[in-house]
Design a binder for this molecule. Sequence first.
Ligand SMILES: NC(=O)c1ccc[n+]([C@@H]2O[C@H](COP(=O)([O-])OP(=O)(O)OC[C@H]3O[C@@H](n4cnc5c(N)ncnc54)[C@H](O)[C@@H]3O)[C@@H](O)[C@H]2O)c1
Ligand SMILES: O=c1ccn([C@@H]2O[C@H](COP(=O)(O)OP(=O)(O)O[C@H]3O[C@H](CO)[C@@H](O)[C@H](O)[C@H]3O)[C@@H](O)[C@H]2O)c(=O)[nH]1
Length: 472
Amino acid sequence: MAPLKVTKILCIGAGYVGGPTCAVIALKCPHITVTIVDLNQARIDAWNSADFKLPIYEPGLEDVVRQCRGRNLFFSTDVEKGIQDAELIFVSVNTPTKKSGVGAGFAADLNYVELATRQIAAVATSSKIVVEKSTVPCRTAESMRTILEANSKPNCRFDILSNPEFLAEGTAISDLFNPDRVLIGSLQTPEGKAACAALKGVYANWVGEERILTVGLWSSELSKLAANAMLAQRISSVNALSAICEATGANIDEVANAVGYDSRVGPKFLKASVGFGGSCFQKDILNLVYLSESLHLPEVAAYWRQVVEMNEYQKRRFSKRVVDTLFNTITGKRIAVLGFAFKADTGDTRESAAITLIRDFQSERALINIYDPQVNEAQIWADLQEASPGIPLESIKKQVTIHKSALEACRDAEAVVIATEWKEFKEIAWEEVYKHMKKPAFVFDGRLLVDAERLGAIGFKVTTIGRSAILV
Ligand SMILES: NC(=O)c1ccc[n+]([C@@H]2O[C@H](COP(=O)([O-])OP(=O)(O)OC[C@H]3O[C@@H](n4cnc5c(N)ncnc54)[C@H](O)[C@@H]3O)[C@@H](O)[C@H]2O)c1
Ligand SMILES: O=c1ccn([C@@H]2O[C@H](COP(=O)(O)OP(=O)(O)O[C@H]3O[C@H](CO)[C@@H](O)[C@H](O)[C@H]3O)[C@@H](O)[C@H]2O)c(=O)[nH]1
């Protein structure tokens, strides 16, 4: 069966994945018309804004959108028209952890995927390739196929592919330009293979064939969960070792470097931290835990669950170290938290370790100053409110202040806590910060970011994750 040459693509979901991924497809494939739709009008308005104030911050994204928007890249809320026109549809909607019902706290909430699938079935009047872009549990494509086939019109067939996304926020555009691999899963039928070839043809416009892996549907779905679980496992492993370093005098940077030199281990993703955050790692591991339990594999479930438990322990351990070091109480003390995003180069705050730390400091009745170069105030207040249900925003605002610069946030503080690895925190005028802080002035580096010896020489008392003594 000759593969279809795709000319019209729709993406349902204009979020962190759908937006950048399909903008890059539009850039690299000028012969393809790409439309990205979302139910969220404000989000679509931001993608269409005249001054390119896009709804997500991602280095290089604005440049891509400037080149294609209005040419072969369109953003819209007209989901139905988008479905009717497209030959290939990416489903790139959110799949958060379920908050209630069966599997609450572990299983993925597939409601958005199901609603999008039902809408495709209801509206489509011609055959479509439907591509699962969202991260989903193994065998979700089967449910999508059942829904589509049960609701399809005559002469309308649907082929389902799995094409999980591996981009990391903050480096999304370079990851998309130059991916380690593109993974496409399909049924191993002639129709499935033809659909797979059609999608492969899209990526082949800029990705070398040797990096486009084609596999079975279920392997593709599971590979996405497996990749995230193994990446997060590396961080939890190094964070577990950081606790041993703090207790023994070993230095986690030196240990990670020595271990990473082994080519079988490799140097990447071994940076000890205050804990991993982001919308994916925890959600996807919990999803894997739920899948393992559903398959009656309790030992496998317990193994992966420990990766998340170690991450919680790491956050708790860090907050406690702050309290212990500040003479066992932070009540009424001013603490500057530098960074609110879950990692540098993004404005995304989902599952950010900073939120947990601030909540812990709030419950110790500290006064907290926050500064982040990208996260807007409204987002910070929304996250803090969600983290402390039942506490009115006015009460939170009595304890927490948001500042417009690091210097301002550190003024009159007793301690600075580095929660996100923004490069600008490395380059702050630390001498100036020191002058304006209460003494002794403490720095807690949760990201192995600053030069502890240099700060020590200025006069700071520095506590670094994975290092034992306070440097004076
Ligand atoms: N964020 C990442 O870095 C990343 C990376 C790889 C994979 N993923 C996965 O990709 C998926 C999407 O993640 P995201 O971060 O882009 O989520 P997101 O919340 O930023 O975006 C999802 C968008 O889908 C829209 N939506 C939901 N249902 C819809 C419908 N029926 N019709 C139209 N729009 C609809 C929402 O309004 C939202 O704007 C998730 O499964 C996630 O696990 C995320
Ligand atoms: O050595 C490291 C590396 C990362 N982190 C932290 O881990 C979290 C996640 O970082 P990263 O993986 O870089 O960002 P994400 O955007 O969450 O990307 C992950 O999750 C995506 C969503 O599934 C996948 O597509 C990506 O491949 C996968 O890296 C962040 O809080 C980082 O600060 C560390 O603490 N130490």
